[in-house]
Design a binder for this molecule. Structure first.
Ligand SMILES: Cc1cc2nc3c(=O)[nH]c(=O)nc-3n(C[C@H](O)[C@H](O)[C@H](O)COP(=O)(O)OP(=O)(O)OC[C@H]3O[C@@H](n4cnc5c(N)ncnc54)[C@H](O)[C@@H]3O)c2cc1C
Length: 534
């Protein structure tokens, strides 16, 4: 016991020496807050460190190694699958918020290099003065979500229907692995080179993508730049059933017509409409005005949105929303006509395009939707399937929920669905649970005061919580059975269970090399969970 106390004291002293006392948090509140994610809370962290640069981080990783502490990367903390939630006592959490600089915008060689704690919003704003962007340019959580966190789990939304998921935009990385060694990837592995190109020998960049922070600490990332597309169109359609919406989403993505798209089932749509007030719509209208290419267009759009308000969504069933971005007006109009034609073909009815317009002109809004409209606990999960399996997958998911509908109703748990497509080959189905259960410190920290003060605070509701978790486990098992894959594996999805044996052995061997003492993020990707399956 005394030995343990002495060891811990020594660790803290050494961490303070490296980062300064203000960047080593050991107070109870911080250790609890930083250790919980948007959905889960286990044990508090031992300490939180906030390195200023890769050298400081390297020193701390070496100390964790020497003194036997687990050490866990945390970006914006916007995930909900226990990615950075500690499973072991004595865990040090690395908060990347001070490593948030844009290192280089290289317009000549078409790449941008950022420290991994840089948020998507910061990157977006920095690139505003250029005529360039990254192909994938952020998650809806990009006001807080970091480049490093997103590449570690993979992420989708802005740009991903045309350009693929976050990791597809990456050229090179710098990663600190378990023993403190700094590894460069991409063309940067060549002694005299720079991170301008991804592929040179085996794809070491790919090795660290989607590793959920199991193999090392990404300290910087280089992303590809492409020309901005200034001409935009927005389209929304209403479909009478999920299959027609799915067919339209699939066809549109296969034709590579839109930058981003999203579909909602009637429940999620209703939640969206309840979430915020007309007042906040009007605030967002300012964004639409600012964002429009022409003043007349801006006035027309804003007037239409203001007049139609939310009424136009009242009878909408399954809605699909599309953002088209092209380099010429003609190309944008062509894509828009094609989207209309495809939606008409699948029986859709055109509706006001306020949702994609408002979304696109305010791409990174405050994250008040980490809770439901009445203050419910919010829990999304998702699966990615090929287009050919989307109908069958949805049918099975709906059946599973239908079999539990009585219990869901008794517990007043709502389940809605979000759908989208990644590039032209990944169909995403995202069930979202709204459970009347208590929220945590992390939600109070994120949600704006004016929203918090208008919501009901639910008491702990253990029955509803248990049911939500049971259904999540059953759905994850179902996703596996239908061959679905996921981003955000973290410690919630049982990664190992669904893997082919050879793949699991290879991943385990890679972990052994990168992190021989198994100090980095134990338990993530089912690695080092200290049970017989490991
Ligand atoms: C309201 C809301 C909206 C969302 N919208 C989207 C969306 O549109 N699209 C989408 O894909 N997701 C979305 N998400 C999920 C989540 O925000 C994203 O997955 C996001 O990319 C997580 O980034 P982060 O920086 O918060 O990572 P964190 O949650 O901090 O970490 C995620 C994982 O990465 C690891 N990690 C973090 N930083 C590093 C690093 N530097 N090196 C190595 N490992 C690291 C962590 O250990 C953890 O396993 C949303 C979440 C919320 C709450």
């Amino acid at each position: 016991m005394t030995e343990e106390i002495n060891k811990n004291k020594k660790t803290i002293e050494q961490l303070i020496k490296i980062h300064g006392v203000e960047n080593v948090l050991v107070d109870k509140e911080s250790c609890i807050l930083y250790a919980q994610d948007i959905h889960s809370k286990t044990i508090p962290a031992f300490a939180i460190i906030r390195p200023k640069n890769k050298d400081e981080l390297t020193e701390s990783v070496k100390i964790a190694n020497k003194l036997g502490h687990a050490i866990i990367p945390r970006g914006g903390g916007m995930s909900y699958s226990k990615g950075y939630v500690p499973l072991q006592e004595g865990s040090i959490i690395v908060d990347f918020s001070r490593m948030n600089n844009i290192i280089e915008i290289n317009e000549e060689d078409m790449y941008v290099r950022v420290e991994s704690g840089c948020t998507w919003e910061t990157l977006y704003r920095e690139l505003e003065s250029t005529n360039l962007r990254t192909p994938f340019w952020g998650t809806l959580s990009g006001i807080s979500a970091t480049v490093g966190g997103t590449l570690s789990q993979n992420g989708i939304f802005w740009g991903s229907t045309k350009y693929g998921s976050a990791v597809d935009s990456v050229v090179a990385l710098e990663v600190v692995v378990g023993d403190g060694t700094l590894i460069k990837t991409g063309s940067d592995i060549q002694k005299n080179s720079a991170p301008f190109f991804r592929h040179y020998g085996p794809d070491l960049t790919g090795l660290f993508m989607c590793d959920n922070g199991a193999l090392g600490f990404k300290v910087s990332a280089t992303l590809k730049l492409i020309p901005k597309k200034e001409f935009r169109e927005h389209v929304s359609y209403d479909f009478s059933d999920a299959n027609s919406l799915f067919d339209a989403l699939s066809k549109i993505s296969k034709q590579e017509l839109v930058d981003a798209c999203v579909g909602f089932d009637p429940y999620l749509q209703k939640v969206r409409m309840q979430r915020e007030s007309i007042a906040s719509d009007l605030k967002k209208l300012a964004g639409v005005m600012k964002d429009n290419n022409s003043i007349i267009g801006a006035l027309k759009d804003s007037a239409k949105i203001a007049v139609s308000g939310r009424r136009y969504m009242d009878d909408v069933k399954y809605s699909g929303h599309f953002v088209i971005e092209e380099r010429t007006k003609e190309a944008a109009i062509f894509a828009c006509d094609e989207v209309n034609r495809i939606c008409d073909h699948y029986g859709g009815s055109k509706i006001e395009s306020s949702i994609p317009k408002i979304l696109r002109s305010n791409p990174f809004t405050p994250l008040n939707n980490v809770i439901g409209p009445k203050g419910e606990r919010w829990m999304p999960i998702h699966t990615i399937v090929p287009h050919s399996k989307s109908h069958e997958a949805m049918k099975k998911i709906a059946k599973l929920l239908e079999n539990n509908q009585l219990e869901l109703d008794e517990n007043k748990i709502g389940v809605g669905f979000l759908y989208t497509v990644i590039s032209n080959n990944g169909f995403v189905i995202e069930p979202v649970f709204f459970t009347p259960d208590s929220i945590d410190d992390i939600h109070r920290e994120i949600v704006e005061d004016n929203v918090l003060k208008n919501i009901e605070c639910f008491e702990d509701n253990l029955d509803a919580r248990e049911l939500t978790l049971r259904l999540r486990a059953e759905l994850l098992r179902l996703f596996e059975d239908i061959g679905g894959v996921h981003m955000q594996i973290g410690k919630s999805y049982d990664f190992k269970r669904g893997l082919r044996g050879e793949a699991w052995s290879l991943i385990k061997n890679i972990k052994d090399i990168m992190d021989p003492k198994k100090v980095i993020n134990p338990g993530v990707l089912s690695l080092n969970v200290n049970d017989e399956r490991d």
